[in-house]
Design a protein around this ligand. Sequence first.
Ligand SMILES: C[S@@+](CC[C@H](N)C(=O)[O-])C[C@H]1O[C@@H](n2cnc3c(N)ncnc32)[C@H](O)[C@@H]1O
Length: 206
Amino acid sequence: MILNAVEKALMNNPVRAAVQRTYEARLLERLGGRVEGGRALEIGCGRGVGTEIVLTHFGARHVDAFDLDPDMVARAHRRLARFGDRVRLWCGDATEIPAEDSSYDAVFDFGIIHHVPAWREAVREVARVLRPGGRFFFEEVTRHALDRWAYRRFLDHPSEDRFSGAEFVDELERAGFAVPRWTERLFGDFVFGAALRARAAASPHA
Ligand SMILES: C[S@@+](CC[C@H](N)C(=O)[O-])C[C@H]1O[C@@H](n2cnc3c(N)ncnc32)[C@H](O)[C@@H]1O
């Protein structure tokens, strides 16, 4: 789902960028390490701050990134132009990633999968495009947060099949990941972790 105007304002501002850089990136690095010289994918890249972090903080050589919202992709293009051919951007859907199996060393999810109605398909797509041993870095918003009054009143999210942190991790394991390190934050509102693609990914239609 594309963000409503309130959430877009919450995402496209310097405070969100600072939280992503100074808190989320450091926590994800502690959980999963860096991806020095690697080829990475960011799903739901928004205006491109996450992609910048994957290049400059995590050390990826190249990042592919996409978002469902053409306006976000246009913003990301402007932000990331200085990286030249180290970045490739497009408008797309996390449930149908246009990449070969085992294409990436790492995939990053900065809070997008809770916006996808068919989120289990997105998880399977992430598993499919990661190489065996590749890492999936995730920061997700749980049902615990989405059930809060402020989220329901001001933001738009899929109303069905929301997940807790443990349910998200269970789904990753069903899709072929090992999830040795994950943690919840803010009374269970957020789940962070680094999952390892341990075996052949399950078919998205299984
Ligand atoms: C909460 S925002 C997070 C944006 C950015 N990752 C950040 O951390 O600032 C969620 C983003 O996911 C995008 N999105 C929602 N559904 C999507 C889908 N099915 N495929 C790809 N992107 C999606 C939205 O357009 C939005 O930019």
